[in-house]
Design a protein around this ligand. Structure first.
Ligand code: NAD
Length: 261
């Protein structure tokens, strides 16, 4: 069929962590539109992922929702086992789940630092390991894509633990990309700038903060979750077979902002 020939992820099976909202929801939906069977990972009460599931259903896509805290190895392994049972294997793993709390460094509570580390860095470590073990067992390669941030490079005052986790994700990706290359498993990061999602609710609700942010973005606007999802489709597709260990920034030029120069 003409339409299915256009699909970039036909026959692939993908897990997207934290895909009940924001960028993860967009990736899950766009992947389903591209022909992938999708596992919508979420935390929280049953029904949390219903919005994503109904968006996928509306376009005739294939998806199930599975509750798993990304920092918990048993829950992550159970999610992978459920994926294999439902769809026959695993081809693509998207580490998208992430959190942030902001405080000045001198006042940052260590408990919040630990929570951010657990979700944003231990989570991808646990998930990459479990996903790669499954992919190695299958013997047909695979794709791991981590949703990092411009803050894997760019400091953000009041957000030190978040920046530290994204910097850690940068080196986790580079290191395991080398270790997994013999298995034809590629590992890449996407580094978004300011994307309009619930994680930035504080800035979205404050006109002065939003104006200040927009002044830092050469393209002068928020990015859309779907724009990040389209990049993820490319990285997950056969077209990106020769890319590994890289970060692709998608930030409206924010990292290249020349300020008052
Ligand atoms: P979001 O808050 O909508 O999405 C984060 C998701 O992660 C939520 O659905 C949340 O429930 C889930 N989650 C939290 N803890 C979890 C856990 N322990 N296990 C599983 N899921 C968990 O915000 P978003 O902007 O869509 O964020 C997605 C990713 O994009 C994050 O990693 C974030 O750091 C990154 N990012 C976002 C922006 C932006 O401007 N929005 C910029 C750069 C990077």
């Amino acid at each position: 069929m003409f339409w299915s020939e256009q699909m970039k992820l036909q026959g692939k099976v993908a897990i997207v962590t934290g895909s009940a909202s924001g960028i993860g929801q967009a990736i899950a939906t766009v992947f389903a539109r591209q022909g992938a069977a999708v596992v919508v990972d979420y935390v929280g009460k049953p029904g949390t992922a219903d919005d994503t599931l109904s968006k996928i259903k509306a376009i005739g896509g294939k998806a199930i929702a599975v509750a798993a805290d990304v920092s918990n190895p048993q829950q992550v392994q159970a999610m992978i086992d459920q994926t294999v049972a439902a769809f026959g294997g695993l081809d693509i793993f998207i580490n998208n789940a992430g959190i942030e709390f902001k405080h000045p460094f001198l006042e940052f509570p260590v408990e919040q630092f630990q929570k951010i580390m657990a979700v944003n860095l231990q989570g991808p470590f646990v998930c990459c390991q479990a996903a790669a073990r499954q992919m190695v067992k299958q013997g047909r390669g695979g794709r791991i894509i981590n949703i990092s941030s411009i803050h894997e490079d760019l400091p953000m005052p009041t957000n030190a633990p978040y920046c530290a986790t994204k910097g850690g994700l940068r080196m986790l990706t580079r290191t395991i990309a080398v270790e997994l290359a013999p298995h034809k498993i590629t590992v890449n990061n996407i580094g978004p700038g300011a994307i309009f999602t619930p994680i930035d609710a504080d800035v979205e609700a404050n006109k002065a903060m939003e104006d200040a942010l927009m002044a830092e973005i050469p393209l002068g606007r928020w990015g859309k979750p779907e724009e990040v999802a389209n990049l993820a489709v490319f990285l997950a597709s056969d077209d990106a077979a020769y890319m590994t260990g890289s970060t692709c920034f998608i930030d409206g030029g924010m990292l290249r902002q020349a300020g008052a120069l």
